[in-house]
Design a protein around this ligand. Structure first.
Ligand code: LRH
Ligand code: MN
Ligand code: MN
Length: 402
């Protein structure tokens, strides 16, 4: 396997965004284990993200969660990121942990609560302007726990009204990404319960709205790559929250329990990026690839490195699919022949190829080894100490397992 100029170009342009919340002490709803040297502030989180980018070369942006990452001066935060070769990525408003949101945020039956939540979303649009962020990434915990608790259609209308208002406040060239989730923390009905609900809202509110697919937010057995293909073809796939799951929204390292799924997702993206249809092509080319994980027992920076590298491997394998052979086998109705074209690419060991790529880029050929040898972890452990939950991820207030 050699690095052809096309492969080199494609791999050089891959981008994976890491989440600020993956660098702090974070965990499950049961217990958060304090990690030595875990980042305590957004500034330290950016330092860790810069280390991940330095070693991988493909993780130059960081998503923020507001108010977890609230600062006085976002211009200063942007400058701090710039100095480290980073950009501020998606802004994630948090409308799921205030006392007032017991019955929902933008879909609450209480008008004042809806207004408060919508104002927070609009404030986040201002933060996008101050940080140069392109994406407002929206997830709502809104829903009900019991049949009859609230009017399902009324809640749909309230969601639509809030999304529309925020959509219309977005500056040119920016987007809102609408994330859905099957369940949790609502257990009877989640207002944005699947891709179809998110898609219907996006279609109704305008061109700047696209769907965000979080790999952990589906029922068992759902074919996520098919959702991806469908949304790409409709021009409404905006981005991903990558992670891995077995049972629910487990938020483990992407590509660990689901490597074939991740490969099939990338296979759809690679295919769409060269589609003869201009909308599909441009949609595929502007997808935001973001990680959304919470590392509870893993070393934080190393876990993030592993996540970025798993995405790089899945993408490299997807680039190796012999598209001509695949089309031929599909047209001939060669069921297993077509399947083998795909699995041949999946089974290829791309690690030597990626190590050549890194050598070309002037990076260490083995980023994890380089990280382990760099002394970074030891240094931050000395500097930051071990803070249980301190300044990190406010898990105690979270009602779910992110
Ligand atoms: C919800 C979710 C959403 C939140 C993040 C912390 O489960 O995936 O994206 O913003 O977790
Ligand atoms: Mn998510
Ligand atoms: Mn989630």
């Amino acid at each position: 396997m050699t690095l052809t100029p096309d492969l080199l170009d494609a791999l050089n342009s891959q981008r994976i965004e890491t989440p600020s919340w993956g660098y702090g002490n974070s965990g499950t709803r049961f217990k958060t284990f304090a990690a030595q040297g875990a980042a305590r502030t957004i500034w330290e989180k950016l330092d860790d993200a810069a280390e991940v980018h330095r070693l991988t070369g493909i993780a130059p942006s960081v998503a923020l969660h507001i108010p977890w990452d609230e600062v006085e001066d976002y211009g200063e935060l942007k400058r701090f990121a710039d100095e480290r070769g980073l950009e501020i990525g998606a802004i994630n408003p948090n409308v799921f942990q205030d006392e007032g949101y017991k019955l929902g945020s933008v879909t609450s039956p209480d008008e004042k609560t809806r207004e408060q939540a919508t104002q927070h979303l609009l404030d986040c649009v201002q933060i996008m302007k101050q940080t140069g962020s392109r994406d407002l990434s929206l997830w709502f915990a809104d829903g009900t726990n019991y049949a009859g608790q609230d009017d399902l259609r009324a809640r749909k209308h309230r969601m639509r009204a809030a999304l529309k208002r925020v959509h219309d406040a977005l500056p040119e060239g920016t987007r809102m990404l609408v994330e859905y989730k099957l369940f949790e923390p609502a257990f009877y009905a989640t207002d944005l319960f699947d891709w179809g609900a998110a898609y219907a809202h996006c279609l109704a509110i305008g061109d700047k709205a696209q769907v965000l697919v979080d790999l952990g937010h589906h029922a068992q057995g759902v074919n996520i790559e098919q959702i991806v293909a469908f949304l790409l073809d409709e021009g409404r796939l905006g981005g991903f929250h990558f992670n891995a799951r077995r049972y629910a929204d487990d938020d483990l390292i992407v590509g660990t329990s689901n490597p074939f799924e991740l490969f099939c997702i990338y296979a759809e993206l690679v295919s769409a990026a060269t589609s003869s249809d201009a909308l599909t092509r441009s949609t595929a080319q502007s997808v935001a690839y973001m990680i959304d994980q919470s590392h509870n027992i893993e070393p934080k920076v190393e876990a993030m490195l592993q996540s970025v590298l798993n995405c790089q491997e899945a993408y490299a394998k997807a680039l190796l699919i012999d598209r001509d052979l695949l089309r031929e086998a599909q047209a001939a109705g060669d069921v297993l022949g077509a399947h083998r074209v795909l699995t041949d690419a999946f089974k290829t060991d791309v690690r030597p190829l990626l190590s050549d790529l890194r050598a070309e880029q002037g990076l260490s050929t083995d980023p994890i080894k380089a990280h382990r040898q760099s002394g970074y972890q030891h240094r931050v452990a000395q500097e930051r100490g071990t803070q249980s939950g301190g300044g990190g991820y406010p898990v105690k207030e979270k009602a779910h397992s992110v």
